[in-house]
Design a protein around this ligand. Structure first.
Ligand code: SF4
Length: 300
Protein backbone atom coordinates (compact mmCIF):
# COMPACT_ATOMS: atom_id res chain seq x y z
CA UNK A 1 0.00 0.00 0.00
CA UNK A 2 2.87 2.34 0.77
CA UNK A 3 4.33 2.05 -2.71
CA UNK A 4 3.18 5.29 -4.40
CA UNK A 5 0.91 6.32 -1.48
CA UNK A 6 1.72 8.36 1.65
CA UNK A 7 1.38 6.94 5.18
CA UNK A 8 -1.48 9.24 6.25
CA UNK A 9 -3.66 8.04 3.34
CA UNK A 10 -2.75 4.40 3.82
CA UNK A 11 -3.40 4.14 7.58
CA UNK A 12 -7.20 3.60 7.60
CA UNK A 13 -7.00 1.28 4.57
CA UNK A 14 -4.29 -0.79 6.21
CA UNK A 15 -6.29 -1.17 9.44
CA UNK A 16 -9.42 -2.27 7.54
CA UNK A 17 -7.43 -4.60 5.32
CA UNK A 18 -5.70 -6.36 8.22
CA UNK A 19 -8.99 -6.69 10.08
CA UNK A 20 -10.52 -8.39 7.01
CA UNK A 21 -7.50 -10.53 6.16
CA UNK A 22 -5.36 -11.09 9.24
CA UNK A 23 -3.37 -13.93 7.65
CA UNK A 24 -1.96 -14.61 4.21
CA UNK A 25 -4.19 -17.71 3.99
CA UNK A 26 -7.32 -15.63 4.56
CA UNK A 27 -6.21 -13.18 1.87
CA UNK A 28 -5.51 -16.09 -0.48
CA UNK A 29 -9.02 -17.53 -0.10
CA UNK A 30 -10.79 -14.16 -0.48
CA UNK A 31 -12.28 -13.17 -3.85
CA UNK A 32 -10.29 -10.63 -5.85
CA UNK A 33 -13.48 -8.51 -6.09
CA UNK A 34 -13.65 -8.24 -2.27
CA UNK A 35 -9.94 -7.38 -2.11
CA UNK A 36 -10.39 -4.66 -4.77
CA UNK A 37 -13.42 -3.30 -2.89
CA UNK A 38 -11.29 -2.77 0.23
CA UNK A 39 -8.68 -1.03 -1.93
CA UNK A 40 -11.21 1.28 -3.62
CA UNK A 41 -10.03 4.90 -3.43
CA UNK A 42 -6.37 4.02 -2.83
CA UNK A 43 -5.38 3.96 -6.51
CA UNK A 44 -2.85 1.82 -8.42
CA UNK A 45 -5.23 -1.14 -8.36
CA UNK A 46 -2.70 -3.52 -9.93
CA UNK A 47 -1.19 -3.56 -6.42
CA UNK A 48 -4.38 -5.06 -4.97
CA UNK A 49 -4.66 -7.68 -7.70
CA UNK A 50 -0.97 -8.60 -7.37
CA UNK A 51 -1.16 -8.74 -3.57
CA UNK A 52 -4.03 -11.21 -3.89
CA UNK A 53 -2.18 -13.29 -6.50
CA UNK A 54 0.93 -13.19 -4.33
CA UNK A 55 -1.04 -14.42 -1.29
CA UNK A 56 -2.36 -17.33 -3.38
CA UNK A 57 1.21 -18.19 -4.44
CA UNK A 58 2.57 -17.93 -0.87
CA UNK A 59 -0.28 -20.09 0.47
CA UNK A 60 0.51 -22.70 -2.20
CA UNK A 61 4.20 -22.64 -1.23
CA UNK A 62 3.15 -23.18 2.40
CA UNK A 63 4.85 -20.00 3.63
CA UNK A 64 6.98 -17.03 2.62
CA UNK A 65 10.12 -17.96 0.70
CA UNK A 66 13.28 -16.42 2.19
CA UNK A 67 15.52 -16.52 -0.88
CA UNK A 68 15.70 -13.37 -3.01
CA UNK A 69 15.49 -15.34 -6.30
CA UNK A 70 12.27 -17.06 -5.17
CA UNK A 71 10.78 -13.85 -3.76
CA UNK A 72 11.39 -12.25 -7.18
CA UNK A 73 9.16 -14.86 -8.86
CA UNK A 74 6.11 -13.88 -6.78
CA UNK A 75 3.45 -11.66 -8.43
CA UNK A 76 3.96 -7.95 -7.77
CA UNK A 77 7.39 -8.41 -6.18
CA UNK A 78 10.14 -6.53 -7.98
CA UNK A 79 13.79 -6.01 -7.04
CA UNK A 80 13.00 -3.41 -4.37
CA UNK A 81 10.34 -5.42 -2.51
CA UNK A 82 12.29 -8.68 -2.80
CA UNK A 83 15.35 -7.02 -1.24
CA UNK A 84 13.26 -5.26 1.43
CA UNK A 85 11.58 -8.52 2.50
CA UNK A 86 14.89 -10.40 2.23
CA UNK A 87 16.84 -7.90 4.34
CA UNK A 88 14.19 -6.95 6.92
CA UNK A 89 12.32 -10.23 7.37
CA UNK A 90 15.09 -12.75 6.73
CA UNK A 91 18.39 -10.92 7.36
CA UNK A 92 19.64 -11.47 3.80
CA UNK A 93 22.69 -9.33 2.95
CA UNK A 94 20.99 -7.17 0.34
CA UNK A 95 20.04 -3.49 0.18
CA UNK A 96 16.58 -2.45 -1.07
CA UNK A 97 17.00 0.65 -3.24
CA UNK A 98 13.99 2.99 -2.99
CA UNK A 99 13.95 6.66 -3.97
CA UNK A 100 15.62 7.68 -0.71
CA UNK A 101 18.45 5.17 -0.95
CA UNK A 102 18.89 6.07 -4.62
CA UNK A 103 19.38 9.73 -3.69
CA UNK A 104 21.85 8.96 -0.88
CA UNK A 105 23.89 6.63 -3.13
CA UNK A 106 23.92 9.07 -6.05
CA UNK A 107 25.33 11.70 -3.70
CA UNK A 108 27.78 9.52 -1.78
CA UNK A 109 29.37 8.39 -5.05
CA UNK A 110 28.69 11.67 -6.95
CA UNK A 111 26.93 9.90 -9.84
CA UNK A 112 25.99 12.61 -12.31
CA UNK A 113 24.31 10.47 -15.01
CA UNK A 114 20.58 11.31 -15.11
CA UNK A 115 17.75 9.11 -13.85
CA UNK A 116 15.96 6.97 -14.88
CA UNK A 117 18.81 5.82 -17.17
CA UNK A 118 21.28 5.75 -14.26
CA UNK A 119 19.13 3.48 -12.07
CA UNK A 120 21.32 0.41 -12.54
CA UNK A 121 24.57 2.33 -12.01
CA UNK A 122 23.21 3.85 -8.80
CA UNK A 123 21.84 0.49 -7.57
CA UNK A 124 25.23 -1.12 -8.19
CA UNK A 125 26.94 1.68 -6.25
CA UNK A 126 24.38 1.34 -3.42
CA UNK A 127 25.05 -2.43 -3.29
CA UNK A 128 28.70 -1.65 -2.48
CA UNK A 129 27.52 -0.17 0.82
CA UNK A 130 26.54 -3.70 1.83
CA UNK A 131 30.21 -4.70 1.79
CA UNK A 132 30.56 -2.95 5.14
CA UNK A 133 30.86 -5.39 8.08
CA UNK A 134 28.31 -3.59 10.24
CA UNK A 135 25.82 -3.51 7.37
CA UNK A 136 26.28 -7.25 6.88
CA UNK A 137 25.76 -7.92 10.58
CA UNK A 138 22.27 -6.36 10.53
CA UNK A 139 21.00 -5.92 6.95
CA UNK A 140 17.42 -5.08 8.01
CA UNK A 141 18.56 -2.33 10.38
CA UNK A 142 21.00 -1.04 7.78
CA UNK A 143 18.25 -0.83 5.15
CA UNK A 144 15.94 1.03 7.50
CA UNK A 145 18.75 3.36 8.57
CA UNK A 146 19.34 4.15 4.88
CA UNK A 147 15.63 4.88 4.36
CA UNK A 148 15.65 7.19 7.38
CA UNK A 149 18.88 8.92 6.36
CA UNK A 150 17.34 9.71 2.97
CA UNK A 151 14.00 10.75 4.44
CA UNK A 152 15.31 13.00 7.22
CA UNK A 153 18.95 14.05 6.56
CA UNK A 154 19.86 13.58 2.92
CA UNK A 155 16.58 15.18 1.82
CA UNK A 156 15.99 16.24 -1.82
CA UNK A 157 16.24 20.05 -1.72
CA UNK A 158 18.53 21.00 1.14
CA UNK A 159 20.44 18.04 2.56
CA UNK A 160 21.58 18.47 6.18
CA UNK A 161 25.19 17.53 5.50
CA UNK A 162 26.41 19.10 8.75
CA UNK A 163 24.66 16.38 10.82
CA UNK A 164 25.17 13.53 8.33
CA UNK A 165 27.21 10.59 9.66
CA UNK A 166 28.72 10.14 6.19
CA UNK A 167 29.68 13.72 5.49
CA UNK A 168 33.42 12.99 5.59
CA UNK A 169 33.11 10.26 2.91
CA UNK A 170 30.52 11.92 0.70
CA UNK A 171 31.81 12.84 -2.76
CA UNK A 172 28.86 15.10 -3.53
CA UNK A 173 29.52 17.12 -0.40
CA UNK A 174 33.22 17.31 -1.18
CA UNK A 175 32.54 18.57 -4.69
CA UNK A 176 29.60 20.85 -3.83
CA UNK A 177 27.18 18.79 -5.92
CA UNK A 178 24.87 17.62 -3.13
CA UNK A 179 21.82 19.72 -4.00
CA UNK A 180 22.06 18.96 -7.72
CA UNK A 181 22.05 15.14 -7.34
CA UNK A 182 20.52 12.89 -8.42
CA UNK A 183 20.06 14.46 -11.85
CA UNK A 184 16.64 13.70 -13.32
CA UNK A 185 15.93 13.62 -17.05
CA UNK A 186 13.09 15.95 -18.01
CA UNK A 187 9.76 14.17 -18.01
CA UNK A 188 7.57 14.35 -21.08
CA UNK A 189 4.35 16.24 -20.38
CA UNK A 190 1.40 14.01 -19.47
CA UNK A 191 -1.02 13.61 -22.37
CA UNK A 192 -4.66 14.49 -21.70
CA UNK A 193 -7.51 12.15 -22.49
CA UNK A 194 -11.20 12.99 -22.55
CA UNK A 195 -14.07 10.58 -21.89
CA UNK A 196 -17.63 10.32 -20.62
CA UNK A 197 -19.39 8.38 -17.89
CA UNK A 198 -23.05 7.85 -17.12
CA UNK A 199 -24.51 8.00 -13.61
CA UNK A 200 -27.83 6.13 -13.53
CA UNK A 201 -29.70 6.21 -10.22
CA UNK A 202 -32.98 4.63 -9.17
CA UNK A 203 -35.44 6.14 -6.69
CA UNK A 204 -33.68 4.37 -3.78
CA UNK A 205 -30.35 6.01 -4.69
CA UNK A 206 -28.73 2.88 -6.05
CA UNK A 207 -26.25 3.48 -8.86
CA UNK A 208 -25.73 1.24 -11.86
CA UNK A 209 -22.14 -0.04 -12.10
CA UNK A 210 -19.99 -2.29 -14.26
CA UNK A 211 -16.94 -4.31 -13.36
CA UNK A 212 -13.80 -3.63 -15.41
CA UNK A 213 -11.93 -6.57 -16.92
CA UNK A 214 -9.22 -7.87 -14.57
CA UNK A 215 -6.27 -6.33 -16.46
CA UNK A 216 -5.39 -2.77 -17.38
CA UNK A 217 -6.49 0.59 -16.02
CA UNK A 218 -8.77 0.21 -12.96
CA UNK A 219 -8.70 -3.55 -13.66
CA UNK A 220 -11.22 -5.53 -11.62
CA UNK A 221 -12.77 -2.40 -10.11
CA UNK A 222 -16.40 -1.28 -10.15
CA UNK A 223 -16.86 1.70 -12.49
CA UNK A 224 -19.57 3.82 -14.08
CA UNK A 225 -20.55 2.92 -17.66
CA UNK A 226 -18.89 4.86 -20.51
CA UNK A 227 -21.95 4.63 -22.76
CA UNK A 228 -25.58 5.29 -21.81
CA UNK A 229 -26.80 2.00 -20.25
CA UNK A 230 -30.50 2.81 -20.94
CA UNK A 231 -32.57 5.39 -22.77
CA UNK A 232 -33.25 8.16 -20.27
CA UNK A 233 -33.29 11.91 -19.88
CA UNK A 234 -29.55 12.40 -19.46
CA UNK A 235 -28.49 15.65 -17.81
CA UNK A 236 -25.05 17.19 -18.16
CA UNK A 237 -23.36 17.15 -14.77
CA UNK A 238 -20.14 18.94 -15.74
CA UNK A 239 -16.67 17.45 -15.92
CA UNK A 240 -14.29 15.98 -13.37
CA UNK A 241 -10.50 15.93 -13.63
CA UNK A 242 -8.19 13.15 -12.52
CA UNK A 243 -4.47 12.57 -12.94
CA UNK A 244 -3.24 9.02 -13.55
CA UNK A 245 0.47 8.13 -13.72
CA UNK A 246 0.68 8.33 -17.51
CA UNK A 247 -2.11 10.72 -18.45
CA UNK A 248 -4.54 13.33 -17.21
CA UNK A 249 -8.23 12.61 -17.70
CA UNK A 250 -11.19 14.90 -18.21
CA UNK A 251 -14.38 12.97 -17.71
CA UNK A 252 -17.70 14.46 -18.80
CA UNK A 253 -20.46 13.27 -16.49
CA UNK A 254 -24.05 12.61 -17.52
CA UNK A 255 -26.73 11.67 -15.01
CA UNK A 256 -30.28 10.36 -15.06
CA UNK A 257 -32.78 8.88 -12.64
CA UNK A 258 -35.11 6.03 -13.50
CA UNK A 259 -37.94 4.37 -11.58
CA UNK A 260 -36.64 0.88 -12.13
CA UNK A 261 -33.11 -0.31 -12.94
CA UNK A 262 -32.52 -2.76 -15.77
CA UNK A 263 -33.04 -6.17 -14.20
CA UNK A 264 -29.58 -7.63 -14.79
CA UNK A 265 -27.73 -4.49 -13.74
CA UNK A 266 -24.97 -4.56 -11.13
CA UNK A 267 -25.90 -1.85 -8.63
CA UNK A 268 -24.80 -0.47 -5.27
CA UNK A 269 -26.03 2.18 -2.84
CA UNK A 270 -24.56 5.58 -3.76
CA UNK A 271 -23.12 6.15 -0.27
CA UNK A 272 -21.30 2.85 0.11
CA UNK A 273 -20.29 1.82 -3.44
CA UNK A 274 -16.59 0.83 -3.36
CA UNK A 275 -15.31 2.95 -6.24
CA UNK A 276 -11.93 4.24 -7.44
CA UNK A 277 -11.45 7.96 -6.66
CA UNK A 278 -12.06 9.13 -10.21
CA UNK A 279 -15.40 7.27 -10.32
CA UNK A 280 -16.37 8.57 -6.88
CA UNK A 281 -15.75 12.14 -8.10
CA UNK A 282 -17.91 11.51 -11.17
CA UNK A 283 -20.66 9.86 -9.10
CA UNK A 284 -20.71 12.82 -6.69
CA UNK A 285 -20.98 15.24 -9.64
CA UNK A 286 -23.84 13.20 -11.12
CA UNK A 287 -25.70 13.05 -7.78
CA UNK A 288 -25.31 16.81 -7.29
CA UNK A 289 -26.78 17.48 -10.73
CA UNK A 290 -29.74 15.16 -10.10
CA UNK A 291 -30.42 16.59 -6.62
CA UNK A 292 -30.30 20.06 -8.09
CA UNK A 293 -32.79 19.07 -10.79
CA UNK A 294 -35.07 17.30 -8.23
CA UNK A 295 -35.04 20.35 -5.89
CA UNK A 296 -35.80 22.64 -8.82
CA UNK A 297 -38.87 20.53 -9.63
CA UNK A 298 -40.10 20.65 -6.03
CA UNK A 299 -39.72 24.43 -5.58
CA UNK A 300 -42.93 26.46 -6.20
S1 SF4 B 1 26.91 14.43 3.29
FE1 SF4 B 1 25.09 15.46 2.57
S2 SF4 B 1 24.82 14.82 0.47
FE2 SF4 B 1 26.27 13.43 1.40
S3 SF4 B 1 25.01 11.71 2.10
FE3 SF4 B 1 25.20 13.11 3.81
S4 SF4 B 1 23.42 14.47 3.68
FE4 SF4 B 1 23.66 13.42 1.72
Amino acid sequence: MLQQTVVATVKPYYAKFLAAYPTVQELATASVEDVCALWAGLGYYARARNLHKCAVAVAELGGFPNRIEVLRTLPGIGPYTANAVGAIAFGQKVLPVDGNVERVAARLFAITAPLPGAKKTIAAAAARLMEDEDAQAAPGDFAQAMFDLGATVCVPKSPNCFICPWSTHCQAKATGLATTLPVKAKKAERPRRVGSVYVLLDRQDNVLLLRRPPRGLLGGMLVLPEVPPVKARWRHAGAVEHVFTHFALTLWVHAARVDVMPEEALRAPVGSAALPSVMRKALDAGCRALNHADNGKRSP
